[in-house]
Design a binder for this molecule. Structure first.
Ligand code: MN
Length: 227
């Protein structure tokens, strides 16, 4: 037993569909992984090497409520597929990458776009725009045994019943095995790591009272109210 000098913080976790909880170690997020979203943000949609940023594990929030964060007037929704790893390692070859996946979930990469934009302009890191409290609403994790591996299927987001974002997982520039393999060349992946795999086009602002409904075919829906 380690003699912690303050109470140890709780382990962040995601609920599992059918019962149980998946403990989270790290959260990696890929940027611009759908061509149409890269274009809407003013970037080259070609297959450039993927880039990653991180959220904090305790930013994940299964509560179904998203508190509008401070210091921003332009908070955007980004619906994303979550990939949860049961094992890891370094330099994982492409053809072994899917062996490390425990399950998949629907999530939202909520973004203080105004603060992220300022950071981009100044060449600063993105945390202030991306890694704030409860910035990653997430639905129950569906085990691969139930969902199979997801390489295609509709992904969409409605706000107050109106369709805002839509795409197909088969439009991802970097596929699930490629993201895992690429990340493992730079980081030693571990059980409990999750990857948020980028958003299709149609990102936009939310306001208090909005009801977001994120859906990925095969995983179901995630309902989140902005409070
Ligand atoms: Mn994103």
């Amino acid at each position: 037993m380690i003699d912690f000098v303050i109470p140890a913080p709780p382990t962040p976790w995601i609920p599992v569909s059918g019962g149980g909880a998946f403990p989270v170690r790290r959260v990696y997020c890929i940027g611009r992984n759908y061509a149409a979203h890269a274009i809407e943000m003013g970037y080259n949609p070609d297959r450039e090497p993927p880039f990653f940023f991180q959220k904090n594990p305790d930013n994940l929030d299964p509560s179904g409520e998203f508190p509008y964060p401070p210091r921003s007037g332009d908070v955007h929704h980004e619906v994303e597929l979550v990939i949860a790893l049961k094992s890891g390692g370094a330099n994982i070859p492409l053809n072994r990458a899917l062996d490390h996946v425990w399950g998949y979930a629907v999530s939202l990469d909520m973004t203080r776009r105004d603060l992220q934009g300022e950071a981009k302009k100044l060449g600063r890191p993105w945390e202030i725009g991306k890694a704030f409290e409860r910035s990653a609403p997430v639905g129950p994790l569906v085990p691969v045994a139930k969902s199979g591996h997801l390489s295609a299927g509709r992904i969409e987001l409605k706000v107050n019943g109106e369709l805002r974002q839509e795409g197909d997982l088969n439009q991802m520039i970097w596929k699930v095995p490629e993201m895992i393999s690429h990340l493992s060349d730079y980081f030693e992946l571990q059980p409990g790591d999750i990857i948020m795999s980028g958003t299709p086009s149609g990102v936009g602002a939310v306001k208090r009272g909005d009801r977001m409904e994120a859906m990925i075919e095969g995983l179901g829906s995630l309902m989140v109210t902005v409070v």
